[in-house]
Each structure stands twice: as structure tokens, then as C-alpha cells.
Ligand binder design. Sequence first.
Ligand code: DC
Length: 232
Amino acid sequence: MNKEITVVAVDGPSASGKSTVSRRVAAATKDFIYVDSGSLYRGVTWKCIREGVDVRDTQEVTNLLIRMNMELFVENRAVRYRIDGVDPGQEIRGAAVRESVAEIAAQQPVRVYIVEKLRTMAAFGSLVMEGRDIGSVVFPDTPFKYYLDADPEERARRRSAEIKVSEGTDDVGAVLNALKRRDRKDATRATSPLQIALGAKIINSTGMGIEEVVQVILDDLRAAGAIPPAEA
Ligand code: DC
């Protein structure tokens, strides 16, 4: 990692507030770039579905990874990508991708491929990267590691509010069950399971305002001289 570059790793389970917090931390600085690492796993899942690749067949998935081209670029201070020239857009947030992404994210060749992509992003500049293994695997040397958590019920409420906006349904009970299933899959998989990285600061955001969480991170960055006092 370039000495001038700062990486803020924000890990935690789904709907723990990672996206909102990470985006706001990046926005409060002058030049940090926001990265949603989960969107890359979603992108690979989207491509499998599009190509008719069985997401449970690691060999087929690996062959797809070899022949596809995931091209990264920065837009509005966020890293985005195209796969074989196509921006999947909101399709990566749809039900088909949501149901299969944990299966894809559990496969070793996929993790190797995505971790490599995520590391190359340091060439773009300082990053606020959210995910599950950013502090533990992708950038284990960064001093800025955060593990965001919230009670499952609170997370299910947040996620169902998001789904309501995109799909017109808001069954909190069903969302809670799906979320617990996915958490279990993410936490028990053999490769890079969701875990609290060594040295990570744990923040339970249940009942905590987003701004409070953002401030904890900005204060740390300021105290370490990673951002000037005037930036936030
Ligand atoms: O954060 P998200 O819901 O968009 O993540 C989608 C899936 O990818 C989810 O099953 C967890 C997985 N993921 C991962 O394994 N490692 C990451 N760094 C980010 C996401």
C-alpha cells in the first residue's frame, strides 16, 4: 500500500449501517473514495445469472471469472465497474442476485479474484471501503478498522425499509429470517468468514445516530493526522 494512502475499513453484517456511514465518512473528507466491496460480489453473481452459469458450480464460475473483464473506474468519488463493458446498475440489488450472492461470495476463486480487485483500488487514492473482510483480509495493515454491528431486529427493520423502496414490500419478519440465514452463511463459510478484524473498533449502532458513528471514525482520522481538522 502506498504510504500516502489511507484506507478506512468498515466491516460488519448486512444492514448494520456500513453503507451510510462509509459514504458519509468519505463525503466529509476532501478526497476519500467510497468502495462498496459487496457490489463486486453482486456483480459476479449478476454476470453468472446473465450467462446462465450455475452459481453452485465453482468450476463453471471460475471459467467465467477467467473470461470476463471487470473494469474499475471512479465516478463521483466512488469506485464503480463495468463487466464486459456493461454497467449492471440496480440489477445487482434485485431479488435474483440477493438470493445467490452468498453462494458466490463463499467460493475461494471468487474471493481471490475480488480481493485482488479491491487491493488495486489503492491506486485510485485514499479509500473508505465497506465489506466483511476488509480489515481482516483485504487491507489487514490499515490502522483504521471498524466493525459495525446492530441488533438483528434493528437491521431487519432497516433492510425492509430499503426493500420497500425498491420492491414495494416490507415484510420485516421475512426480511429478518432471510438476513439471519445470510449472516449465518457469511459467518460460517470456510473462506474469509465475517469476523472482527484484529485491532478493529467495534461500534454497535443500535439506537445510535448515524452521525455519531461517522464522528467516531472522523475523530480517529483527525487524531492520526489522516485528515486535517478543517476537512470535517
Ligand atoms: O454488503 P452486501 O449485502 O452488498 O454483500 C453482498 C454479499 O457479499 C453478502 O453475502 C456478503 C458478501 N460480501 C463478502 O463476503 N465480503 C465482502 N467484503 C463484501 C460482501
